[in-house]
Design a protein around this ligand. Sequence first.
Ligand code: NAP
Length: 310
Amino acid sequence: MRAIRVSQYGGPEQLKLEEVPRPEPQAGEVLIRVHAVGVLPMEWKLRRGLFQGRMPLTLPYIPGSAIAGGVEQVGPGVETFRVGQAVFGRTSKGGYAEYTTAAIENLALKPEGLSFVDAATISGGATVAFSALFENAKLQAGQRVLIHGAAGGVGLFAVQFARWKGAAEIIATASAQNEAFVRALGAQTVINYAKTRFEDVVHDIDVVLDTIGGETLTRSMQVVKPGGILVSLLEEPSQEEATRLGIRAMSNKPSFPWPSTELLQTIARLMTEEGVKTEIARTFPLHEAAQAHTLSETGHGRGRIVLLIH
Ligand SMILES: NC(=O)c1ccc[n+]([C@@H]2O[C@H](COP(=O)([O-])OP(=O)(O)OC[C@H]3O[C@@H](n4cnc5c(N)ncnc54)[C@H](OP(=O)(O)O)[C@@H]3O)[C@@H](O)[C@H]2O)c1
């Protein structure tokens, strides 16, 4: 089968299209013919070797985890999925490939009303937004929320999930190009981060979701109201500062199995029945994975980049 492999850490040119053996599903796994795979920022960070300490990879490896495709074969003992079913979720075996295997606990059936390309934006995007807002921050109806990077692959779902939950006010940060888009998702106030320092205009927030890190994270601590919470996708916030301000601050902690079939099903239901929408930034064919990474590495844009494979 054709797959993109990385044999040495480095730039986008390290993403090479190669012929590799088709994997065999093990017990508790299925073989998936991949139709679409989301391109997550994490994947260019891994490719650059930025996580060698925390997440060492065995080279060569096939990148990609956020998949949608068809079940081609089931592994020993698998009874929950059948050949021919359309599924989506997460693989840890590499999704930038014509076929991959995935653990059944990280997959769900794809509803007919959801396309493969849209389903490929769920893992690593919607799943993260849901877990950060509801499992970690325990967002309640009537609370005020600030979502940074609201036009991104995580942020766009976070804004809509906060609206679905009944947040009293959704405040979001985005560039001028994405202001109208983020407002249409449900944010009442959109702060152009290039023009306005959010901490000058926003205070007393119950829940802050930080998808940016660095200075955005440190400056966000002061806008959380005492007793409120900040969840960062990027870094472990300073506990000393959190204690001084009387707030809670944490990095996003996923639940296990990650993501669970139940979480994936919940999100698919929100998308097919509750009007939650995704946004595709751009699609690329598998052999243009390097161009897809180059675009992702800009750190700007609207929605998720997706590789279309079949
Ligand atoms: N730890 C975890 O569990 C976890 C999980 C998923 C993602 N992440 C990380 O979270 C980050 C976001 O992920 P993603 O998939 O949403 O990324 P993405 O799709 O690339 O989106 C990033 C967004 O950030 C916006 N942005 C850039 N600079 C900004 C700033 N200073 N203030 C506000 N918005 C800004 C960009 O919008 P403009 O075009 O408007 O600038 C863009 O829409 C990535 O670094 C990713 O690696 C962590």
